[in-house]
Design a binder for this molecule. Structure first.
Ligand code: BGC
Length: 778
């Protein structure tokens, strides 16, 4: 009995002692963060600054806590109560492995429309809803931070990742991103706005050195980030792979600390892109990136985290060659984010998000992003008839829902155009479909095997050949069918840029199909509609006259076929507008002159000689004709603009512009009012007009009107003046132009700014390097 008591006493004493020790170890969330940081060993500190995936620093032998298919995670330190936050790709939905070993359950995610499609909606409320749905899947699949949105500017149409990005214009990019972030983060999960900044080509993406003026950085390449970050505070920012003016963005203090944090007030942490700061993939296993410079610049987390980086950091922390203040600041920012995350809150995710509800959202978003480029003699909408539809083009049968690479979502299904038409009760010419289907299946199989062998998700997608149809077959279809639909498809993705021939321009087999079908169907007085199932711009000028209707469906996500049918049938009146220009000729783009950089055989340097004159800023200012201009998109109805008003003709703190939009046609529809501003250009040259606001109306019934108001703030009037390091609004007369596209201005009005206004003095950044100086002196 006494022995038993002694035993119990000893046990009690040991437990209390252990508890005492445990209490002394600070715990994240219970103790001040700085106490937790101070309790870390140099090894643990280094681990916190690196992703947990590959650096092998399994300090306390914990299993990796990642969700299968997630891109990476932060490092867990159990003894300090720090869990691993899971980082998963986007942007078109969460990217995860749909299958897990020894698990019969599927983990499919919803494939939403790609970035260009979302931007084409010009509907920030809708994008917030898309974000909410995506964020719900992030949360319910056990992830903490979505690696999205991606908002680099479409400097050139051949960028292989333009489909993930939004626009050639920073205002639309920034506004769409802000809404997306708000939506995702409303679930209590984070985002990572990427790729910060000027990640405008995939070729040599790990080493390319972009030479960009401070003004172009500020006005074009950073402005969208600035808007999104100020409006919606993403939890994290992902720095880009490229260099700007000689230095990796992940090593630029001016970018990551002075601008991002001091000027814009960003509160979260910055992570690198995967292996950002390494010169090449070959160097990854044998060197460390310049982690010290990255941390000192304010790049807090290096992804995915490599063993050699760990060694380098541990050494630097021990011998003081890295500032302990910078190290602790970075860790603090990471921990402050982890505390907010579902994993820290031990959220019980259900692995069963409501995919059905999300399918309805993606269908609606894709439909609203579709752009009607041409509608000769009201060829559309096209009602269901007794005669069949002749469906041409291999892409009709193998519709592309999204691009390749990290932005590719693993969805449960994807609705092809054929199925979408059938679902909408259109009668299809089955004999024609039967010719296509086996051919397409065979080609698709070959293509997927080829990709599997040559790099998996990073393999470059190739255009598949068109089925060669006998003339007699096409003629027969023109006799027996009511209408022809031809889909032209393009896919692209991470790690490679698009090509000029057989990609930007149509390939010969596509031209021949278009020619033959148009000739045969027009001979029978029947219409030909082209669906563009593309992620970025293709050439349209040379063939658009041959067809009656053109719909840009983009890469519309998993409900694509249904969304197209909604437009074709008129169930939804198209209201998408182009967030970029469709040029007449690829070489019309000023960036074409130095696209991919020099030397051409293995580009190292790219000079952004066009400065701020990107997209419509260039075409409009220099009077270059385009095939379809920025902001363009037709409707099945017409809108009249009237009664433009200003709150004041003298600018004080802000000015409100209002206009009444009336549906003067016969179908209900929505219109996007675009506000372009022409500013006085005495101090510096300026584009003739720049987008400074937009608003989408509600659905207006025929005869209905809505008055929309747009507010201009002083920064909207300002340009960046390099020699003063300041945003300056020049005094003088400003012309406000409201239009239905950048070339279709319907109403304008003027106001005055009576005095020059130095809106914001900022840090000197992106100092000109030798190449830029030379560029400027020429
Ligand atoms: C891409 C990022 C992506 C990351 C993680 C990189 O190759 O550039 O956009 O988030 O991989 O998968």
């Amino acid at each position: 009995m006494i022995k038993g008591k002694i035993k119990a006493f000893i046990l009690f004493a040991v437990l209390s002692h252990l508890q005492g020790i445990a209490q002394k170890t600070p715990q994240l969330g219970k103790d001040p963060i700085d106490k937790v940081i101070n309790a870390m060993t140099p090894e643990e500190k280094a681990s916190m600054l690196l992703g947990s995936e590959m650096h092998g620093a399994t300090l306390d032998n914990q299993p990796r806590l990642l969700v299968p298919g997630a891109a990476g995670g932060t490092f867990p330190i159990k003894r300090l109560g720090i869990p691993a936050a899971v980082l998963a790709d986007g942007p078109a939905g969460i990217r995860l492995d749909p299958k897990r070993p020894n698990d019969p359950k599927n983990y499919y995610a919803t494939a939403f429309p790609v970035g260009t499609a979302l931007a084409s909606t010009w509907n920030t409320t809708l994008i917030e809803e898309v974000g909410r749905a995506i964020g719900n899947e992030v949360k319910e699949y056990g992830a903490d931070i979505l690696l999205a949105p991606a908002i680099n500017i479409h400097r050139n149409p051949l960028n292989g990742r333009n489909f993930e990005y939004y626009s050639e214009d920073p205002l639309i990019a920034g506004e769409i991103a802000a809404s997306y972030i708000k939506g995702v983060q409303s679930n209590g999960v984070g985002t990572s706005i990427k790729h910060f900044a000027a990640n405008n080509q995939e070729t040599n993406r790990l080493s390319i050195n972009e030479h960009i003026s401070q003004r172009a950085m500020r006005e074009i390449y950073l402005r969208g980030f600035e808007t999104a970050i100020k409006k919606s505070q993403p939890w994290t920012v992902m720095s880009s792979y490229n260099k700007v003016n000689g230095t990796y963005t992940s090593e630029r203090k001016d970018l990551l600390s002075d601008i991002l944090r001091e000027e814009w007030g960003f509160k979260g942490f910055v992570m690198s892109d995967w292996f950002g700061g390494y010169e090449s993939f070959e160097s990854i296993g044998t060197t460390a990136s310049n982690v010290i410079a990255q941390i000192e610049a304010g790049n807090d987390l290096m992804m995915p985290g490599m063993k050699l980086q760990h060694e380098k950091l541990v050494q630097a922390i021990k011998d003081g060659t890295i500032s302990s203040v910078s190290v602790n600041n970075s860790i603090r920012r990471i921990l402050e984010t982890i505390i907010k995350s579902p994993v820290f809150k031990k959220y019980k995710y259900n692995n069963s998000p409501d995919l059905k509800a999300h399918a309805a959202i993606t269908r609606q978003a894709a439909t609203e992003g579709m752009v009607l480029l041409k509608n000769e003699n009201n060829a559309l909408p096209y009602s269901v008839s007794n005669l069949p539809v002749a469906v041409f083009g291999i892409t009709s049968y193998n519709f592309i829902s999204g691009g390749t690479g990290s932005g590719d979502v693993n969805e449960a299904y994807s609705v092809s155009l054929l199925d979408g038409l059938k679902n909408a009760n259109y009668k299809i010419d089955q004999k024609l479909a039967d010719l296509y289907i086996p051919f397409v299946q065979d080609e698709a199989k070959k293509e997927s095997e080829r990709r599997e062998k040559s790099g998996g998700i990073l393999a470059v997608p190739k255009k598949m050949p068109e089925l060669e149809l006998e003339n007699s077959v096409i003629k027969e279809k023109a006799n027996t069918c009511d209408i022809a639909i031809i889909t032209i498809g393009r896919n692209s993705g991470e790690n490679a840029d698009r090509q000029i021939s057989e990609d930007f321009y149509l390939a010969q087999d596509e031209i021949s199909l278009l020619n033959k079908v148009s000739k045969a169907f027009h001979a029978q007085n029947k219409k030909v509609i082209v669906i563009l199932n593309i992620g970025g711009v293709i050439e349209t000028a040379s063939w658009k006259d041959k067809v009656d209707g053109i719909v840009v469906a983009w890469l519309p996500g998993q409900e694509g076929g249904n969304s197209v049918a909604d437009i074709l049938s008129g169930k939804v009146n198209p209201s998408g507008k182009l967030p970029m220009t469709f040029v007449n000729d690829y070489n019309n783009h000023p960036s074409a002159a130095n696209w991919l950089g020099t030397p051409a055989s293995n580009p190292k340097d790219v000079s952004y000689e066009e400065g701020i004159y990107v997209g419509y800023r260039f075409f409009n200012t220099y009077g270059v004709k385009t095939s379809y201009e920025f902001g363009y998109g037709k409707s099945y109805t017409d809108f009249k603009y009237s009664n433009i008003k200003l709150s004041s003709t003298t600018f004080e703190n802000e000015v409100t512009v209002s206009v009444t939009v009336t549906n003067t046609g016969s179908k209900a529809g929505k219109e996007t009012v675009q506000l372009y501003l022409s500013a006085p250009a005495v101090l510096v040259d300026k584009p003739t007009h720049e987008l400074k606001g937009f608003a989408k109306t509600n659905i207006l019934k025929p005869g209905d009107s809505q008055t929309v108001s747009l507010i201009l703030k002083i920064k909207d009037l300002a340009s960046f003046v390099e020699n003063k390091n300041a945003w300056i609004a020049e005094k003088g007369t400003y012309s406000v132009q409201l239009g239905s596209s950048s070339n279709d201005i319907r109403q304008s009005i003027e106001f005055n700014l009576n005095q020059e206004n130095i809106v914001e003095k900022v840090h000197a950044a992106f100092r000109l390097d030798e190449q830029l100086k030379e560029m400027h002196s020429n």
